[in-house]
Design a protein around this ligand. Structure first.
Ligand SMILES: Nc1nc2c(ncn2[C@@H]2O[C@H](COP(=O)(O)OP(=O)(O)O)[C@@H](O)[C@H]2O)c(=O)[nH]1
Ligand SMILES: Nc1ncnc2c1ncn2[C@@H]1O[C@H](COP(=O)(O)OP(=O)(O)O)[C@@H](O)[C@H]1O
Length: 205
């Protein structure tokens, strides 16, 4: 029996491009119909961050146990800390027919691409590399040596852009959100047409 599953939406891109900002803006709208998958991380909470809301903040031991038990859809080590997506939440939500939204860095996104090839992969790009550096400095959450690491890393991350279904420029947050929503809507329409055609063929048997 054919079962409709939700769509897995992956938003990725270099550090400092505005993934978190765009994601928060998307989820602040009552019209947003997809569920945010809260990641697990070994990094320390920043001021104002809440366990179970922003991230599940866990020790390296707990995180490594999750890896061994196969409980993460993907994970990556990023500037000295682990980040990963708990698998059960994603599976349960997709099985219930609801869309899941992941906001993750590019190494993890490549793992998801392998495991869930029919996901929707969106790369958030900065208007320019100098804009990216300005944003990282402007955010002021990291020391200058860490910012330098992140800018270097961002250059490598930009090379992975061609692996994505769509590239969305984050020039203005509200415009980037509109673009993401338009892509998701178009993808739903496409899938509905394919699904309808498939079901018609089954009925005709
Ligand atoms: N692979 C992976 N990356 C994640 C996950 N959650 C967050 N990230 C990414 O990890 C990077 C660092 O996140 P964070 O420390 O919160 O810093 P910020 O996003 O740069 O403010 C960002 O690029 C996030 O998108 C996850 O579950 N898996
Ligand atoms: N479109 C934009 N224009 C200008 N600044 C932005 C824009 N989007 C995000 N920013 C700023 O850039 C910095 C990095 O954004 P953030 O969402 O933390 O990036 P990421 O999650 O990709 O690492 C933040 O200070 C944020 O306010």
């Amino acid at each position: 029996m054919y079962k409709h599953r939700g769509l897995l939406i992956v938003l990725s891109g270099p550090s400092g491009v505005g993934k978190g900002t765009v994601r928060k803006e998307l989820f602040s709208s009552p019209d947003t119909n997809y569920e945010y998958s809260i990641s697990m991380t070994t990094r320390n909470p920043r001021e104002g961050e809440v366990d179970g809301v922003d991230y599940f903040f866990r020790s390296r031991e707990v995180f490594e146990q999750m890896i061994q038990e196969g409980k993460l859809l993907e994970y990556a080590e990023y500037v000295g800390n682990y980040y990963g997506t708990p698998l059960d939440y994603v599976n349960e939500t997709l099985d219930a027919g609801r869309d899941v939204f992941l906001e993750i860095e590019v190494v993890g996104a490549a793992q998801v691409r392998e495991k869930v090839p029919n996901g929707l992969f969106i790369f958030l790009a900065p208007p320019s590399l100098s804009d990216l550096e300005t944003r990282l400095i402007g955010r002021g959450t990291e020391a200058s040596d860490i910012i330098a690491d992140r800018v270097l890393k961002a250059r490598e991350e930009l090379e992975m852009m061609h692996l994505y279904d769509y590239v969305v420029e984050n020039d203005e947050v509200s415009k980037a959100c509109d673009r993401v929503n338009a892509i998701v809507t178009a993808e739903h329409c496409r899938r509905e047409r394919v699904e309808k055609r498939y079901l018609q063929m089954l009925e005709g048997e």
